[in-house]
Ligand binder design. Sequence first.
Ligand SMILES: [Zn+2]
Length: 393
Amino acid sequence: MQQFSFNDYGAYLEQDFRHRWLRPALLREKLEKYRRFPGLQWEVLGRSEEGRPIESIRFGEGAIKVLVWTQMHGNEPTATMALIDLLNFLTHEDEYDPYRRALQQHFTILFIPMLNPDGAERFSRRNALNIDPNRDALRWQSAEMQIFRKEFDRFQPHWAFNLHDQRNFFSAGNTGRTATISFLAASENEERELTAVRRKSMQLIAGMWRGTQHLIPGHFGRYTDEFYPAALGEFFHIQKVPCVLIESGAYPDDPHRDMARKLNFCLILQALELIQSEGYTRENLQHYFDIPENGKNLFDLIIRNCRLVNGVKTIRADLGFMYQETVQENELVRKLILTDIGDLSYRHGIAEQEGGAVAGELQLDKPAHFHMKVSGKEVQFENGYRNEKHQSL
Ligand SMILES: [Zn+2]
């Protein structure tokens, strides 16, 4: 099988995602143009707690069955966007036609984009029952997870890809680099044994990492493997189906996570190549453990060496901020929240700058709202927004 050249990704990028609030109506709109493509079979698998359809898209007639789902947490849209790019690729006609035919012959791929449409509508992790669907894989109480379970039993996948977003503070190991992609081969039991099925997932992850790491060197992380018996990754491994968790994360100057989206696209194709060729069986298990464990080292912004006046006392402190994305009046707003004050010299900012004398009272865990003088210039934060007139981040 031919290999996909990652440089070609741009040709399949679906434009016009203006922000990260990917709601069911927008997803349907984006999917519309692929509906009549003869190589894809569509099915409504069922309806969410609030009656929104949950759809699957099937590609290929091959013997290897692969299940890929996204957005089981409603506010984690990166992989759904990558999946639309992937549909765009699969339905194109160009020099990759032999590649597509090979995929079609070897694989049956079942995509379930947006498993939690009610959460997506609210930009919330949880579903309409306020349940975290990724902790419902023992009791199967929510409509979404009942649909998923039924489909799992019917389809009986050989491989699974569980696609999520992670928060911006995750670093690749104990570094200042963002974990733009993090992997996990979930535990199968409390003892976190390296069972046969886990090893398979780990070897595939090792191959996926080795094949793509040149795209964003040093920006990969690995989750710790505490056993969460009610999580879906654990369920797959207990069922002896290898399951790869991919978490999309931050990258510098990338508020829309376009880099992680590209990586998702490339990683899925890379994984399919490794499965088809059985190249994953030759991967050294140790390479999985070479991926640095996720740290929690990062702030979205650190302003260093600020002068804070408290009565007669002046101290030197760093200010740490995280972006918070919430829906307000039908708009997604992204505000800087001041989350720490103090000595952050051992921490890193995805963006950093030198500070100055702070005017006004600082309030923790609130949208940034203060003025600061830096080299004679006034820098303003108002209600979580930075006044960009003075200096850009
Ligand atoms: Zn998630």
